[in-house]
Design a protein around this ligand. Sequence first.
Ligand code: SIN
Ligand code: FE2
Length: 231
Amino acid sequence: MRSSNHNHETEGHNPAAEVSLFPELTPPSIESLAEGVTLLRAFCLDQAPALFEAVSSIETTSPFRHMVVPAGHTMSVAMTNAGELGWTTDRTGYRYSPIDPANDRPWPAIPAVLLDLAQSAAAGAGFPGFTPNSCLINRYAIGARLSLHQDKNEQDYGHPIVSVSLGLPATFLLGTLRRTDTPRRIRIEHGDVLVWGGPARLVYHGVAPIAQGGHPLTGPFRINITFRRAR
Ligand code: SIN
Ligand code: FE2
């Protein structure tokens, strides 16, 4: 069954290697944004309904929740996790945990459709052999944002970060290794996958407030799924 939000037709398994019949619309393309930062545009457009369904299944056991940062405020982004280790924060700090503090049970396993996507996207961006054991799912309502930060709670920065976006578009703030540099504003759409690693593994990044809108698959939300090797 075709989903209502398709605006191009492709065949095969690797969208980045395919030829669109309507290249003026959303052709899969690979863009190098900086050394170690690759934007795979429309890379997972065809699988998006299955990816969203996988998120929905995770959410039934480990629901989205608004976590509190050590400084004391509640995040505007709602989060949940899948995988051996889930990223959490509370007043005592940021950490990876094998247990969901909301239900004291292990996080759900990473569904195969998500794991396969993470591995093929990493390979497509020049990081073959990526074996994520952590999948953080961020749900942005309209107006939600994520301030500039580095992903540095992981043990080995040799592994990249793979970031999948579904639903409402976002302005991704792509900084550098220095917090004081003004970040570039990158438009990220439904179906895009952004990968950063190697020399860019510790770049500062964030998300500007999500603009008003609606999406055929996700409604009034942007869903971002980041895959990491936490340990
Ligand atoms: C993150 O930095 O964890 C999420 C980035 C995004 O939502 O695009
Ligand atoms: Fe991040």
